[in-house]
Every structure is written in C-alpha cells, then in structure tokens.
Design a protein around this ligand. Structure first.
Ligand SMILES: Cc1cc2nc3c(=O)[nH]c(=O)nc-3n(C[C@H](O)[C@H](O)[C@H](O)COP(=O)(O)OP(=O)(O)OC[C@H]3O[C@@H](n4cnc5c(N)ncnc54)[C@H](O)[C@@H]3O)c2cc1C
Length: 519
C-alpha cells in the first residue's frame, strides 16, 4: 500500500523521534511515529535538559513552560575541592531559557508525546519497523504489529532507534565505527539524602577528589541523582555493585557522616564512543543515539533532540518546496561535526573525572569566576552550503548563533530577537551604529533582492527608536553584540544560526547564497 499521506516515517519514539515529529508537524509536514515497545520506558534516564535543548524544543513548538513547571531549575553548579566550595552560575545561552532544568526522562517524553498527539500524530505502539527498502524517490517499509503486517511507501525515513542496532542501520549502509573507553566506570542512582548532606535547592554539587568525581543533581521529587565517575578495577566484572564499598566511597569523598537512602535502581555504565559513517543514506537518516554514542550519558537525550530538530526543519523545507534537496546533505555535514566535537569533549571530561591529582587539574579552573561550567560545548556549524561568510568581519560568524538581545518592533513592543524573527528564514540588515541617511540606498536594494524570496522575511534594524514599519535595536545592543559599527547583513536560519554574513553594500555574495539555498 502506498501511504501518500505520510511524507516521513519516524522509527522510534524516544526524545529524538518525538522532536523530529514535533518539528515536522509544526511545519505542516505529515509524518508517522512508530515504536516497537508497547509502552514508553519507565526508567529515569536523562535528568538534565540544557538551555540549548530547551530553546530547540521551544522552536519545535513543544510546551517548554509545562516542562519547567514539573522541573527543578538549576541555577548554580558548586564544586567541592580540598574542603573548599566554589559556586558558578549555570546561566548559559541568552534567550528565553537560560538555565537548565532537571526532570525525569519519562516525564519529558510524556509531555512531548501528548503535544504530538494534540497535533493529530499519536505514537503507534507496539509497531516494529522490520525492513526498509529505498529507491530514488522514497522507501518501502514493512511495519509489524500484533494484528498483522502493514507495508507503507514514504518519501523519507528517520531512524531514531536509540543505541541498539537491530540491523536497519547496517542494512541501509550507514556504517558504524565504535570502541570502548577503557579504565572508567560510572554509577547513576537516585538517593534520598535525608539530611545527611544538606544541599541547598536548585544547585548541582560536584565533589572533586583524586581519581574520582561524585555529583548530586536535585530532582523534582526531592531526591537527588547521585553519579560517580571512577577508575574501573576490572572491566570484565558485571556483578551487582558492592553497596558498602560504594557508600563508603561516597562518605569518604563528601564528608557525609551517615548514609543517604539508596532508592535504586542503580545504573552502571562503562563508557563507549561510536559514530555512524554517515548520517544520510539516500532517503534515510539517522538521529540521536542511532547516529552516535557519546561516552557520557548526559549528552544522549540533549544531543538527540538537537540532531532531530536540525534534520526536521531541513526536511520540512524540502517537502514544502522552500529549499532544494541538496540542503539535506548539510545535516550530515553539520551534525556529524557536532557529534565528533561532543565525543571528544566527553572523552576529555572522563579523563578529568578520574585524574590522579584533583587539585592540580581542577584547582586553577574552579577558582576562576569565569570558569565555563557548560556541559555542552557551544555549537558552531562548519562552513558549507548553508553557512557562508562573505567577508572576514568581527563578531559571530556564519555557523554560530546570532545573539539574542531585545529588539523593539514597529508597535513599540520589545521582545528577544529570536522571538521577533520566529522560526523561519530571516534576512537581518543592521544599518550600523551611525544609522543610514535618508531612505538608505543599500537597504532599498536589500529589500528588492529579498522580495524575490518570499520565504525570507526581511528585518531592517536601526539603532534608536523604530522608524515607521521598521524594527529597532533600541540601544544598539545587537550591533555591539555582533561587533558591528557599520552596516551588516545576516541570513538567519530557522534554527537561529547565522547562514550568511556579509557587508550591506555588496550583495553579490548574498545573491549567490540565496540562489543556491532556495534553488
Ligand atoms: C542513567 C542514565 C542517565 C542519563 N542521563 C542523561 C542526561 O542527563 N542527559 C542526556 O542528554 N541523556 C541522558 N541519558 C541518555 C538518554 O537517556 C538517551 O541518550 C536517550 O534516551 C536517547 O534518545 P534516542 O531518541 O536517541 O533513543 P531512545 O530513547 O533509545 O529511543 C529509541 C526508541 O526506538 C524504538 N525502536 C528501536 N528500534 C525500533 C524498530 N525497529 N521499530 C520501532 N521502534 C524501534 C525503541 O523501542 C525506543 O523506544 C541517560 C541515560 C541513562 C541510562
């Protein structure tokens, strides 16, 4: 049977699959989501959502406010080293969600699943995607459910199957290379501190000791997620953890006099890293843990949501005829680069966590007020078809995010730039701190060029009060944030990253960029 109504089939209803579906449906692209399990997993899994992930979910139209109401807002990260404590702000990116949230993964997935169902896309369970055969125009997928077998024809398939490869990824030619990261083991478990370690609310506490780190993250139900990172004495030993040894280590490192109540289950991991050989194979894509394994679990959910959003807005643009199919290759180019950087970053953190001399390694950093405590390194996409710098200019380059200060619209109302631009393509012209005289010949030419691209909304941002019908950068904050004294031009992608950057007076490079992207 050909399912002409389904453009995209998403295999897997974890965070990556749900995010892809939310973004596609928000942009009006029909999709289905199938999951082989009869019900969502109940294990807590991911407990921390980073600001960037919240921003991405907000763009996909997920009810982030509802998530926030069920969560703990994490304001500070406090390091303990050699009897001293060092507190650092957790505020990350600017914009609407600058602080991380902690909440159990099943709660987050439930909120996303309900938001998707409200858009008319219920997750179909238990439905196994058993095989995928693709050709130049689409893919034939065999779906197995308790009642029988269904064959669907779709234009695109997104594999969001998590870490366990059941053969689809291999059969579709994505390739995979991976390896264990020896010498380290980690435990995660939820504990009731019950007064043995009085920790203020809304703070993550990390105890840095020689050879090991022990951390506590507050959970919405009053418990804490306890995580440890330590040398692995015997990689072959998968027997049940020795509770008294674990509790003894926690007491010794934290200085607790008693034991917290261990509420189990305990999750033990030996880190591994891996990466698919490519993220696109014809009409099929891999996202989330099907695309890569990061050797620290705190990246799995967050990275998967970000992959899925990146792919889904591009797929939606292609489906709606906004951009050509070539844009889809940028998903592999951009997100594989981020995956590689994240794997390297996490591998470094693992080595830090088990370093033999905590004071020598961590001391200089935690004592610095400006110490960067972000778990995720900033995302900057590499130069490519979707990220072009036309000139060597100061400030954020193509591939980075445009800063997000408040701007003022023609009606006088102020809002963060990202909210003003929305989640579509935007052409942002900064007139320079001195402003342009009269009607501004350059801006007239910019508008004339942009008129040829109806999917591109043009924003002319002048310092000071808004001119009639225009938007203002009231005190020049945006100009200063991008280091632009003079006129400047940006194409901002639907994900808020700069696609093109150049001077305002020369539109040749811009014309070339728009011609390629919107072909
Ligand atoms: C203890 C612990 C703590 C963690 N903490 C964090 C954290 O703080 N931050 C963070 O970012 N991450 C964290 N993670 C990782 C996070 O839980 C995972 O990375 C995340 O769930 C992966 O999302 P995904 O969508 O890629 O895959 P999954 O969540 O694994 O979803 C894949 C889905 O695909 C379905 N599926 C597979 N094959 C098929 C098929 N053929 N047909 C139909 N359905 C199929 C599966 O049933 C599954 O439901 C933690 C994990 C653990 C265990």
């Amino acid at each position: 049977m050909t399912d002409a109504a389904t453009a995209v089939l998403i295999v897997g209803a974890g965070p990556a699959g749900l995010t892809a579906a939310l973004e596609l449906t928000r942009r009006g692209v029909p999709c289905r989501v199938v999951d082989r399990t009869p019900r969502p997993a109940a294990a807590t899994g991911c407990y921390m959502l980073w600001p960037r992930t919240l921003g991405v979910l907000h763009r996909a139209g997920a009810p982030v406010g509802e998530l926030a109401r069920s969560a703990v807002t994490l304001r500070r990260k406090v390091f303990h080293l050699g009897g001293e404590s060092f507190a650092h702000s957790m505020a990350d990116e600017d914009g609407r969600w600058p602080l991380p949230l902690t909440l159990p993964q099943p709660v987050t997935e439930d909120v996303l699943t309900r938001a998707l169902a409200a858009r008319g896309v219920p997750v179909e369970r238990p439905v196994l995607a058993a095989s995928v055969r693709q050709d130049a125009d689409g893919a034939d997928v065999e779906l197995r459910r308790p009642g029988g077998v269904e064959r669907v024809r779709v234009r695109w398939v997104v594999l969001a199957q998590g870490a366990a490869d059941d053969g689809l990824r291999t059969a579709l030619g994505f390739g995979w290379s991976g390896e264990a990261v020896p010498g380290v083991r980690m435990f995660h478990l939820d504990v009731d501190l019950g007064g043995v370690l009085p920790l203020p609310p809304e703070e993550e506490h990390i105890f840095l000791a020689d050879h090991r780190n022990i951390g506590f993250v507050p959970l919405p139900d009053g418990r804490h997620r306890l995580f440890t990172m330590e040398p692995d004495p015997d990689p072959a030993d998968w027997s049940a953890p020795d509770w008294s040894a674990l509790a003894g280590t926690v007491r010794a490192v934290t200085g607790m006099t008693g034991d917290p109540r261990y509420t189990g289950p305990v999750w033990r991991s030996r880190p591994a890293r891996g990466l698919a050989g490519r993220f696109r194979s014809g009409r099929c894509f891999v996202v989330g843990e099907t695309a890569k394994t990061v050797p620290m679990p705190v990246h799995g959910f967050n990275g998967g949501v970000q992959d899925a959003h990146d792919l889904a807005w591009k797929l939606a643009d292609v489906e709606r005829g906004v951009t050509g199919e070539a844009v889809l290759d940028s998903y592999d180019h951009e997100r594989r680069a981020v995956a590689r950087a994240t794997i390297e970053h996490a591998s470094r953190i693992l080595a830090y966590g088990t370093h033999p001399d905590a004071e020598a390694l961590h001391g200089p950093r935690v004592r610095t007020a400006t110490h960067d405590v972000r778990t995720q390194p900033p995302v900057r996409y590499p130069a490519g078809e979707l990220c072009r710098d036309a000139a060597d200019l100061p400030g954020p380059a193509a591939g980075e995010r445009l800063p997000d200060p408040p701007v003022r619209g023609p009606d006088g109302a102020g809002a963060p730039l990202s909210e003003t631009l929305g989640a579509d393509w935007a052409l942002v012209a900064l007139t320079g701190l001195a402003g342009l005289d009269g009607p501004g010949t350059d801006t007239v030419r910019v508008r004339a060029l942009a008129d040829a691209y109806p999917e591109l909304r043009t924003w002319l941002l002048t310092p000071g009060e808004p001119r009639p019908g225009e938007t203002a950068d009231p005190d020049g904050a945006l100009h200063r944030a991008v280091d632009a004294d003079g006129p400047r031009l940006y194409v901002v992608r639907p994900d808020g990253h700069i696609g093109f950057r150049g001077p305002l007076h020369d539109l040749t490079a811009l014309r070339g960029y728009l011609g390629r992207v919107f072909a």
